[in-house]
Design a protein around this ligand. Sequence first.
Ligand SMILES: [Zn+2]
Length: 367
Amino acid sequence: MFKLENTDGFARAGKLKTEHGTIETPFFMPVATKGSVKHISFEELKQTGTQCIISNAFIFYLKPGLEIIEKAGGIHKFINWNQPMFTDSGGFQMLNPEFLIKIEEQGVHFRSPFDGIKHFMTPEKVMEIEETLGADIAMCLDDVPVHTSEPKRLKESVERTKSWAKRCKESHTEKKQLLFGIAQGGTIEKLRKQSVQDIVDLDFDGIALGGLCIGETRDKMNIAIQASMPLIPENKPRYLMGVGTPFDLVNTIGYGTDCFDSCFVTRSARHGLVFTQKGNLNILHSQYKNDLKPLDPECECFVCQNYSRAYIRHLKVLGEENGLKYLSYHDLFFVQKLMKETRISIQENRFEKFKTEFLKIYKKIEK
Ligand SMILES: [Zn+2]
């Protein structure tokens, strides 16, 4: 299922086999929470080099509901995405007061922001939903605490995440679908390690680190990741949830992570942030008003082959839909190419040099 091809330091290049094809790792998944990546069609998404996407099972359960998806023959067919796909469980929605009512041992009470109707989600119910949707990889329901939580709450979340993971594992019966467990523990090293060990002991197909990149400092996040990696067996893919800045992708691959998802890339693109080989630029700055160069002169994406900074800035300033499309497309293309180049550098045992050179350019936190 997961084959490690080469390691360079702690960095890993591998292949993850799924029902809808093999994913080359490390890889980045754009977020298609509702079954679509904002401003980008799936045809365009494939052209960015995207191998895999992640949707949200809980959102699909609410809207449009499972009946029509079953009728369509599963989520892949319903949205017409024929490549690998994850579904997240809804655990992340616990951080959103629009959704969360309360968490208890048996499960979590949510309110649908669409119609106000209350839903009680147990690990068993979440597995049933994810199996019905039929994505290649399902995520367990975890208890996600806010990053400012007291140690007492983090400890409770670690215990509950373990018990829910066990229940997910026991109730997940669709063997064609891979199941990944999620570890919590915030940035308290001891709790993080305990949670990773709990999840590893349950022998999932992959191990995810959840509850990171949600507001804690980058240093704290990195310590939590580095503490976790040695506990995860080599043959399990390691999924760092919520991470997606070019800096963090390359930097944490250096700790041994394989898989990422984040809405950062497309969200920041919509705000005018452009990734280039020479670092970030913000297209809204007045200096680009008369700049007829492409977004990134070294990029071979269709946007950079056809349109100028000045034109895309003009579209963005006037709120034209195509401006948002071009920005999102270019930035996704940049990140997917970065993943490919990172993978090649690992295969060729020159990752450390690649990382050092890249992080020199991307050393500041992207805003
Ligand atoms: Zn481009």
